[in-house]
Design a protein. Structure first.
Length: 380
């Protein structure tokens, strides 16, 4: 529907339109004034080529899963940063503080044994060097932890300068039993990028139907109504109604070309959808393998930490009894630090594997944190 207002001065040469003037008749008419205000309505009644989703609706339907996919990716980035800052940093600080406390105890023990005359001064120096080395390590780990917290605050949009504390550390919480087939089917239902690809296929099918309908007739109805006259106060209402039937008889190869182009686009969209199905299966299968390997690493690392702690206790007892010097104790302490670091790395790899599985399934937003909640198996 449109509307228009027109007012103009005209002068017409009738001879230019084929009028032959009679004797004494003028061929020049005017100038005269024409005023016209009118509303126009055009409505397609039958148009097979237009029987497809509106472009705006099509773009909206396709863009919604894309936005969800971007939100999911952004949520994974935020969660990855929180794992980095909250889990690994806090665990390393705890381990470094424990090492400092152990080194402090050994240093005090070496000083007492030297004062009692049962240990040489080199033992005190060696214990003091180890203590300061552990203190330096604690300073470095604490500094990196504060930097990770700054990166986390920036990622989640906290106000500048706001202080905060992380409530959760890094812990091992295995996922409930999930079969590969069920997880793949869940990914097919929830992956936003797959939904977007499916919407593009539907859009391409609509485009192909519209292209094939280019050979069919169309029926349009147009009408207008308005006032026309020399001046607004001298105008009178007029109207016109027209029905137009268009039957394509020969359009060259334009319709065939559009059909070929739309069909090629449809085949491309279907190939992309099929490729995405395979990629989703690969992502889920890969995440399952990484999760199993990470869980095995955590179990081995936990066993190694227990053995390193036992070795540390025995070395301290031997040093107190005067059976050995503190070189053995320092070596045991270094083995304990290595075991703790391996455990922290294993826990981080396990959390990253669960995050990769959540992304492969298509889980986003707060639902992602359900992958990191403790279950009955982890509490036992």
């Amino acid at each position: 529907m449109t509307a228009g207002l027109d007012e103009r001065q005209q002068q017409v040469n009738l001879a230019a339109f084929g009028f032959k003037p009679s004797p004494g008749m003028k061929t020049i008419v005017g100038p005269f004034n024409v005023f016209d205000v009118r509303a126009y309505v055009t409505q397609p009644v039958l148009d097979f080529a237009a029987r497809k989703p509106l472009p705006r609706f099509n773009r909206k339907r396709q863009s919604r899963p894309v936005r969800q996919c971007e939100y999911a990716r952004y949520g994974c980035i935020r969660l990855r940063k929180s794992i980095l800052a909250g889990g690994r940093g806090a665990s390393r600080i705890d381990a470094a503080r424990a090492q400092v406390r152990t080194a402090q105890v050994l240093y005090e023990l070496a000083k007492d044994q030297k004062a009692a005359g049962v240990s040489p001064g080199i033992e005190v120096l060696r214990a003091q060097v180890e203590l300061q080395a552990q203190q330096q390590r604690l300073i470095v780990v604490a500094d990196q932890f504060e930097k990770d917290k700054l990166a986390l605050a920036r990622a989640i949009g906290l106000p500048l300068g706001q202080e905060f504390a992380l409530a959760d550390g890094m812990s091992y919480s295995p996922l409930p039993s999930m079969s590969l087939d069920e997880t793949v089917q869940r990914a097919y239902k929830e992956r936003p990028d797959l939904q977007s690809a499916q919407a593009r296929v539907l859009s391409a099918e609509s485009e192909l139907k519209a292209a094939r309908a280019g050979r069919l007739p169309t029926l349009d109805v147009s009408a207008d109504y308005g006032d026309i006259g020399q001046r607004p106060w001298e105008s009178h209402g007029t109207f016109s109604v027209a029905t137009v039937l268009r039957i394509p008889l020969f359009q060259g190869g334009s319709v065939s070309g559009r059909i070929f182009e739309a069909d090629a686009a449809l085949q491309q969209r279907k190939a992309e959808l099929e490729d995405l199905h395979g990629r989703i299966y690969y992502d889920v299968r890969n995440a399952f393998l990484d999760l199993k390997a990470a869980a095995d690493r955590v179990q081995v690392a936990q066993s190694a930490v227990k053995l390193a702690d036992e070795q540390m206790l025995q070395s301290q007892d031997r040093f107190r009894a005067g059976v050995t010097n503190n070189v053995e104790v320092v070596q045991a302490q270094q083995s304990q630090a290595t075991a703790n670091e391996n455990l922290i790395s294993s826990l981080q790899a396990h959390s990253a594997a669960k995050l990769a599985l959540a992304r492969a399934i298509g889980v986003s937003g707060p639902a992602m944190f359900s992958f990191f909640e403790e279950n009955d198996e982890s509490r036992e």
